[in-house]
Design a protein around this ligand. Structure first.
Ligand SMILES: Cc1ncc(COP(=O)(O)O)c(C=O)c1O
Length: 391
């Protein structure tokens, strides 16, 4: 509230003149130990800007996992590139490095890896493969904050890493995003892509009116790059900064909640949580679980969820459909935005069989409770639900 009041009484409510977005970026970069952080208005505009910085353009292919939100696909389409889907590992649910190798073509330019539910994919083989083939790796960490992979901080592994501050995320300000990188060139391009292509934007500086004498001269040419307005407002930056200042606590609360739920389902053979390999820390944006109750106890996904709610539970969510089976993709609505690129592009069921098999069975358990007490209460409702069906 104090920060918001400061913005309200401040000179500028926009990142073009204010200091809150700038401070947020500096603190975010410091937290991750990287050189640059660039704030955006969503964790989708970040991805679009990152693809542009990676040099992805019309007709290039971008590989992303078959189990993720639609935004990895839409950002790719926004760059007029072609989405290519790699299947997932059946236990961690994250992108399978071996399938990436099968999906590569001479047109592949970039790979978007997704830290699904808070867990990094097995990224070392992906980075190796990318290096050999001159591909850019963009980590989509909208769901993973302060996760680790073999002792390294997730977000510092690929060429760029994207975050979302949408309302359900670890750090939230309603809507917003951030992209981090050590590469000055990428940071500057992304800044310009997201800031109307203003000429004086720099990798580490998002304010455009620093020198009024130059900026207000009628002969000054302002735009040297094609860009859009993907800026974060100062109000959002202030809220995100306040959240960043207590991010360890926010992440810990989610991890603790997930542990409480896993404890409640221990010994239950039909609820199988996402596997977390040794050396990884899952930041548990949500707890992903395969529900095998249909086969094991003859109770449908929907009936189990209904029973859980009757027992006082809340927050079992279904996983999004695999992106290429969403009507927007399967009905090829994207073709009209760039027919010469997409005329022959289409996607069929069966492309990524593991993701297609697992997706309808997934239950995503809520972890963003405001306190451990509430998580315990809901986990106890889950235990009662399990007991109800074991009678
Ligand atoms: C994995 C992933 N990528 C991208 C996004 C897009 O973020 P936003 O909603 O901020 O655009 C989200 C969140 O919705 C997400 O979960």
């Amino acid at each position: 509230m104090k920060y918001l009041e400061n913005v309200l009484h401040g000179e500028s409510w926009s990142a073009t003149g204010g200091s809150w977005t700038n401070n947020l970026e500096k603190e975010f970069a410091k937290k991750f130990g990287v050189k640059y952080a660039v704030a955006f208005n969503s964790g989708t505009s970040t991805l679009h800007a990152a693809l542009e910085a990676a040099g992805v353009g019309p007709g290039d292919e971008v590989i992303s996992p078959a189990l993720t939100v639609i935004m990895d696909t839409t950002a790719t389409l926004h760059a007029n590139a072609i989405p290519v889907y790699a299947d997932i590992d059946p236990e961690t649910f994250t992108i399978d490095p071996e399938d990436i190798k099968r999906k590569i073509s001479p047109k592949t330019k970039a790979i978007i890896t997704v830290s699904l539910y808070g867990l990094s994919p097995d990224i070392d083989p992906i980075l190796d493969f990318a290096k050999k083939n001159s591909l850019i790796v963009i980590e989509d960490n909208a769901q993973c904050v302060l996760g680790t992979y073999k002792g390294r901080l997730v977000g510092t592994l690929g060429h760029m890493a994207s975050y979302s501050f949408e309302t359900t995320k670890h750090i939230s300000c309603g809507e917003g995003g951030m992209i981090i990188t050590d590469n000055e060139k990428y940071a500057e391009i992304m800044r310009k892509i997201g800031g109307h292509g203003f000429r004086n934007l720099r990798a580490g500086e998002g304010r455009v009116r620093l020198n009024q004498d130059i900026f207000q001269n009628p002969h000054y040419k302002r735009h040297d790059v094609l860009g859009w307005n993907y800026r974060l407002s100062e109000f959002n930056a202030a809220v995100a900064l306040a959240q960043l200042e207590r991010v360890e606590e926010l992440v810990h609360l989610r991890i603790k909640s997930a542990e409480i739920f896993m404890d409640a389902m221990s010994g239950c053979n039909y609820l199988v949580p996402q596997k977390v390999p040794d050396g990884y820390t899952n930041s548990y944006y949500t707890l992903g679980v395969i529900y095998n109750g249909e086969e094991e106890i003859g109770v449908s996904w929907e009936d189990f969820r209904r029973a859980y709610i009757q027992e006082g539970g809340d927050g079992i969510y279904g996983a999004w459909s695999v992106p290429y089976l969403e009507p927007m993709v399967s009905e090829r609505q994207f073709v009209k935005r760039c027919p010469w690129v997409y005329a022959k592009i289409g996607y069929e069921k069966g492309l990524c069989p593991i993701a297609e098999k697992i997706q309808p069975k997934l239950m995503q358990f809520k972890t963003n409770y405001r306190g451990i007490g509430l998580a315990k209460k809901k986990a106890s409702a889950l235990r009662s639900t399990i007991n109800r069906f074991s009678l």
